[in-house]
Design a protein around this ligand. Structure first.
Ligand code: ASP
Length: 583
């Protein structure tokens, strides 16, 4: 090794020792008689000291070194005269006897320190430099630790890690596939997997009754904030299980991981049906760090001459506790917020339950103080509280109210990053109707089994059939989702036909899976977690990008290697991709 210690290691105990350190120059300060260099590696920073009086030529040499030069030094550990309590090595310094330049560096395009002056795009272009900064290193290291803990937990529980192929076949369900042209088979394409779903089910047929894989998945979706075209799943499947077994296994996994990483002991995860989540929170991934549940005000608010409410399918209210003192300006800002296109409400009605017992609302013309008091009573609101009310068609109003609830939660500081509120959302609908085409889609995926009690409705009222599907949600983030699968050819055929596949299409797409089902398939089910999201949640930041060493930017580009990129004509020909001009 070109070092005896790391730059984060030396303490008072080492005083008097001859050491050798290697690292990058973060900063140097030239104070005339003395020159100081902060030497950095991923473990920390150690101060190097050069004294003009003691060794003038060495001191001159040190002064010439630029930021990010990689150097190796030999020297003596000694106590600092002015100590820096901010860093673990701040009580010592190295009295340098000898420097060796291992490599020079150009001046970096931004400062490589905890706080940097580099803009987003520049840091993405020089990602390898950004990755030198401690906040990013912490995140990449957290990711590595998490992966190891998850592997240990699953391996300890008898799970086997199996790799599945990346070059597979395109399927029409779900998101758009990334495809890879085949050179050897003209005009044919592989697709990159959106998930290893069918392969893990086949592994169950093969008898590997507890499978997992930490695996890259690819989805060619329009980019939204915090989406990456390639992302990592913790993909799992188990045989001879029922829903409860899967939930218990992975609840325990998450509890262990949160304990290890955050030192927090999570209580048993509550369960909530999809229907209840939509009713109370307008979302299938409710943030349970705070209450502010929806209240249906249809009975109390309709029929009093206020046209807007009378013509609405639903009138919903939430109680922002202690917010009666909101100013005109704050209420206007909330109204502007709900009217933004992302939220999509037409307006906001408020009711202030003042401390002095008076009530003031934006609909005083239509409702007496007694009427409004009834709303307050129905919502469990008290003096000092502020009621916020939205109305309109059911689904969009719930979705707008969900946004407003989260907005208020943030504004009132109720969404603390160090509080973890997990739950399982269960009993999802099996199918979802596409309003435009009138077709049914699988809400989860076509391999999810329907609940036996709802089977009779499969033909008559498919929209009402519930699935054996579940999501793990923490703090409003869907961390993972899965289901108990269909394990029977007939049922799988029926499902595919409900989804609009002809018999031939079903065979062509999923014949291999249905064939396998005929050779002794155990009952099975599983789940997949978004690993990047788990990292971000436990790391306490919103963006998954920080936890991916080399992510794509918002436009799906890798600006460092400059991908995607054109390929040359020869490659196009080889891949049979050149558009042939008609003669
Ligand atoms: N493969 C599914 C997904 O990616 C998860 C699962 O059902 O296990 O969403």
């Amino acid at each position: 090794m070109l070092r005896t210690h790391t730059c984060g290691e030396l303490r008072m105990d080492h005083i008097g020792q001859e050491v050798q350190l290697s690292g990058w120059i973060q900063r140097s300060r030239d104070l005339g008689g003395l020159t100081f260099i902060d030497l950095r590696d991923r473990y920390g920073i150690t101060q190097l000291t050069f004294n003009m009086d003691e060794n003038a030529s060495l001191c001159e040499e040190a002064r010439k070194l630029g930021r990010e030069f990689v150097i190796q030094v030999n020297g003596l550990v000694r106590e600092r005269s002015s100590k820096n309590k901010q860093i673990p090595t701040g009580e010592i310094e190295i009295d340098v006897k000898d420097i060796k330049i291992l490599n020079a560096s150009k001046t970096p395009p931004f400062t490589i320190e905890t706080e940097t002056d580099g803009g987003e795009e520049l840091r993405m272009k020089y990602r390898y430099l950004d990755l030198r900064r401690p906040p990013l290193q912490d995140k990449i290291i957290l990711r590595s630790k998490l992966a190891l803990q998850i592997r240990n937990y699953l391996a300890g529980d008898g799970f086997i890690e199996v790799e599945t192929p990346y070059l597979i076949k395109s399927t029409p369900e779900g998101a758009r596939d990334f495809v890879v042209p085949s050179r050897m088979h003209e005009g044919q394409f592989y697709a990159l997997p959106q998930s290893p779903q069918t392969f893990k089910q086949l592994l169950m047929v093969s008898g590997y009754d507890k499978y997992f894989q930490i695996v890259k998945c690819f989805r060619d979706e329009d980019l939204r904030a915090d989406r990456q075209p390639e992302f990592t799943q913790i993909d799992c499947e188990m045989s001879f299980v029922e829903q409860e077994d899967v939930l218990a296994t992975f609840e325990e996994m998450m509890r262990k991981v949160v304990k290890e990483i955050k030192g927090i002991e999570l209580a048993a995860f509550p369960r909530m049906s999809y229907a209840e989540a939509m009713e109370k929170y307008g979302s299938d991934k409710p943030d349970l760090r705070f209450g502010m549940e929806f209240n249906n005000l249809n009975e109390l608010a309709k029929g009093k001459g206020f046209n807007v409410f009378d013509q609405s399918e639903v009138v919903l209210g939430i109680n922002a506790e202690g917010c009666a003192e909101y100013s005109r300006k704050q209420l206007d800002a909330l109204t502007d917020y709900v009217k933004t296109p992302q939220v999509g409400a037409k307006g906001l009605v408020y009711v202030k339950l003042n401390e002095d017992g008076s009530i003031k609302s934006s609909v005083d013309k239509f409702y007496s103080a007694e009427n409004l008091q009834e709303w307050a009573d129905a919502m469990g609101a008290n003096k000092g509280d502020l009621l916020l009310v939205l109305s309109g068609e059911d689904a969009p109003t719930r979705s707008a109210m969900n946004a407003l609830r989260l907005h208020m939660g943030t504004e009132l500081g109720l969404r603390d990053k160090d509080v973890f509120a997990p739950l399982w959302v269960v009993d999802f609908p099996l199918l979802e109707k596409d309003e435009e085409s009138g077709h049914f889609h699988a809400m989860h995926h076509p391999f999810t089994s329907p609940k036996i009690v709802d089977l009779e409705k499969l033909e008559s009222a498919p929209g009402e059939v519930r699935a054996n599907a579940y999501d793990m949600v923490i703090n409003g983030v869907e961390l993972g989702g899965g289901s108990i699968r269909i394990a029977d050819r007939k049922m799988q055929e029926k499902m595919l036909s409900l989804l609009g596949f002809s018999e031939e299409e079903a065979k062509a797409q999923f014949g291999f899976l249905m064939d396998a089902f005929e050779y002794g398939t155990p009952p099975h089910g599983g789940i997949a977690f978004g690993f990047d999201r788990i990292c971000a949640l436990l790391g306490g930041t919103d963006s998954i990008r920080d936890y991916i060493a080399f992510p794509k930017n918002n436009a799906g580009r890798d600006v460092m290697i400059d991908a995607p990129a054109l390929i040359d004509e020869e490659q196009l020909d080889e891949l049979h991709l050149r558009v042939k001009k008609s003669i």
